[in-house]
Design a protein around this ligand. Structure first.
Ligand code: PEP
Length: 257
């Protein structure tokens, strides 16, 4: 029986302008009662351009919804055109930031080393990283998913302090299941999430490993969330497509009912 609080995060990706973002947050808040928001930590991850709007909606109505960004610069500030520093996100009230999403690894060539640098930048700014890892289809078909993901986790967490490890959220997202409608089976999710926790135990001890929240991501929807969350090492979900529909996302957050 875990004491880890479940965390459901919606990654909006490059969707919704700030008017639409406001509407989605308002609808989401109207669909969830305080007890449901207390039971499950609920996070939205809008594009950078919507963060101020989401902050206004959340602060204005004192909503128990956390929010964060989908990426961060590894640099603290300066001449890095187009980049966004962690301190800027923190100033907007962000508490989370997604780092190492497979779309950034694939389309922006983000390496494990860069992901590690971004995780450190997030902690420096007082943000909690949602650190993504996961294998492609070729690696899964070769049966190497566990060793691949464990190596990503080792690289991503390199040089972090124990209290930072305890705080981080790790999102296991098999790349072949993202946006494809193909969900890993609950057993597939447990196999890798369990291996991540075993690795954390080996490196940092049981107390640290037991504190870390591990999410599954990949075509999560209301219809499959309960079976995924029933797995002992899955503490939440990172949700893409289904987080753009307030009712569907609210149903995912209500999974314990
Ligand atoms: C994601 O982008 O992190 C994701 C899991 O997407 P989807 O839920 O659409 O598969």
């Amino acid at each position: 029986m875990t004491t880890r609080k479940p965390i459901i995060a919606g990654n909006w990706k490059m969707n919704l302008n700030h008017f639409e973002a406001n509407l989605l947050v308002q609808k989401l808040a109207a669909s969830l009662n305080p007890g449901q928001l207390e039971a499950v930590e609920t996070v939205v991850l809008p594009p950078f351009t919507d963060l101020r709007t989401v902050q206004t909606a959340v602060d204005g109505d004192k909503l128990a919804i956390a929010y964060g960004a989908q990426d961060i610069s590894q640099h603290a500030g300066g001449a890095y055109t187009g980049e966004i520093a962690g301190s800027m996100l923190a100033k907007l009230g962000c508490t989370y930031v997604v780092i190492g999403h497979s779309e950034r690894r694939e389309y922006h060539d983000e390496s494990d080393e860069l992901v590690n640098a971004k995780i450190k930048a997030a902690f420096t700014a007082g943000l909690t990283p949602i650190f993504c890892c996961g294998e492609g289809l070729d690696i899964r078909e070769a049966g190497n998913q566990v060793s691949h993901v464990v190596a990503q986790v080792d690289a991503g967490l390199d040089g972090l302090k124990e209290d930072q490890i305890k705080q981080i959220v790790i999102a296991y997202e098999p790349v072949w299941a993202i946006g494809t409608g193909k969900t890993a089976t609950p057993d597939d999710a447990q196999e890798v999430c369990g291996a991540i926790r075993a690795r954390l135990t080996e490196k940092f001890g049981a107390e640290v490993a037991e504190a870390v929240r591990i999410q599954y991501g990949g075509s999560v929807k209301a219809a499959n969330i309960a079976s995924i969350m029933a797995q002992p090492d899955v503490d939440g979900a990172l949700v893409g497509g289904a987080s753009l529909d307030a009712e569907e996302f609210a149903s995912i957050v209500r999974f314990p009912e």
